[in-house]
Design a protein around this ligand. Structure first.
Ligand SMILES: Nc1ncnc2c1ncn2[C@@H]1O[C@H](COP(=O)(O)OP(=O)(O)OP(=O)(O)O)[C@@H](O)[C@H]1O
Ligand SMILES: [Mg+2]
Length: 386
């Protein structure tokens, strides 16, 4: 819609991950380095956690693009409450093996034969499990069993687990001890900082031929960072809407007030879920403070952040690296097990309620605006008529 108005060749802020738009932030670059290290080890588990929309899937897509294609056979499964019983079948099927039986041992034999055959051809298998926070402890245990396949002393299946912060909590459970010992690299992907938020936006725009139209005031970038907390998916939603509203108002320069208005609109439509675009009017004056607020918004992850900062002297980032059996640290203080499930369920319901209320409120505001417009139009006609 707005692309031709701004002379862009495509939409710059799509919500689906697209490696073409990859921006190597400090966190993403470090994550990539550690993941590559982990891949090089060719065994065990690599775990990537991060806040919703931080860029985990994008990161792995980028990694896969850089893989030596000929000797790694990657398959990806996305889990939505995957049951332990289904896991072996789904893994077998994603490697293209027949799954015409419900007998688990037959499936395991087929899988092992296949992995051995790959190994004999000088290739290796990489299993990528996205949204792994949805896996139950039993399904994770099944995955661990699969990592036992070996030829001699060499493991023949390596797995990648990607998930939201709940995955980190899951890893802290006592029954995950054995799996944790097999984690060879783990990384927690943090948000972008203020400077990176601007670079990220400019990077995506430049990719579709942006020539500084629209131009953004510095304060507009400050505000975008403050309301999105440097989370790429939130930035995309906000920036997309900002360009649309700029186009509708035929503006070529966008300022802080434009961001505030668009953020308010979005907040009304979507509801203030998990801090999304919270309190657009209360932006901090500098990136430092915004960064601290962003971290505070991650609730119990703040422990991990401060520890990480103390460890590597990093500043503003939330990256966390654990190598060789150190596992994923930074245990959350969330309730575990059934109570955690109930809390998550409640959270979800509250979010839905907030979202519905927001939509109703937004619709009412639009009707009001329309009525006011009509009323002032009618007054003007009355005044003008002789
Ligand atoms: N480094 C990056 N470069 C370019 N775009 C990015 C980057 N990181 C994230 N994005 C964009 O942000 C959005 C969310 O990214 P992605 O889906 O990878 O997040 P995620 O962490 O996997 O989210 P979820 O927790 O929902 O699985 C996508 O539109 C993606 O294109
Ligand atoms: Mg994802």
């Amino acid at each position: 819609m707005y692309e031709s108005f701004y002379g862009l060749t495509a939409k710059p802020f799509q919500l689906s991950p697209d490696p073409e738009f990859f921006f190597g932030s400090r966190g993403h670059r470090r994550a990539m380095a550690y993941l590559e290290y982990g891949l090089h080890q060719a065994e065990g588990f690599i775990v990537v956690t991060g806040e919703v929309g931080a860029g985990k899937t994008t990161l792995v897509q980028q990694l896969l693009r850089r893989l030596p294609v000929n000797n790694v056979v990657p398959v990806q499964i996305v889990t939505t409450q995957l049951e332990a019983e289904d896991l072996v079948r789904i893994v077998a099927s994603s490697f293209g093996l027949p799954t015409d039986t419900s007998d688990k041992s037959t499936l395991l034999i087929r899988l092992e034969q296949y992995l051995r055959q790959l190994h004999a051809e000088g290739k290796r298998a990489l299993l990528i499990v996205d949204e792994a926070q949805n896996l139950g402890a039993r399904a994770i245990e099944e995955l661990r069993m699969l990592s036992n396949f070996q030829v001699g002393t060499k493991a023949i299946l390596q797995s990648f687990l990607l998930g939201q912060p709940e995955l980190r909590d899951l890893m802290q459970r006592p029954e995950m001890r054995q799996l944790k010992q097999r984690i060879i690299a783990a990384y927690h992907l943090g948000p972008l900082d203020r400077a990176e938020t601007q670079q990220y936006i400019e990077h995506r725009l430049a990719h579709v031929g942006w020539k500084n139209d629209p131009a953004f005031d510095t304060a507009a970038f400050d505000r975008i960072f403050a309301v999105t907390h440097g989370i790429p998916r939130r930035i995309n939603s906000l920036a997309d809407r900002l360009l649309l509203s700029g186009f509708l108002a035929e503006r070529h320069q966008l300022g802080e007030q434009d961001v505030v208005e668009v953020a308010d609109e979005l907040r009304l439509e979507l509801g203030p879920r998990r801090g999304f675009l919270r309190d657009a009017a209360a932006a901090p004056a500098d990136g430092e403070r915004a960064s601290a607020e962003a971290l505070a918004d991650f609730g119990d992850e703040i422990d991990a952040v401060s520890t990480s900062t103390a460890l590597n002297g990093s500043h503003g980032g939330t990256d966390r690296i654990a190598l060789s059996g150190q596992g994923v640290n930074g245990a959350g203080r969330r309730p575990s097990g059934a109570s955690s499930g109930r809390v998550a369920d409640l959270e979800h319901r509250v979010e839905m309620l907030e979202s519905a209320t927001g939509m109703i409120f937004g619709a009412l505001k639009k009707v009001l605006r329309l009525l006011r417009g009509r009323a002032s139009g009618a007054e003007a006609t009355e005044r003008d008529s002789p």
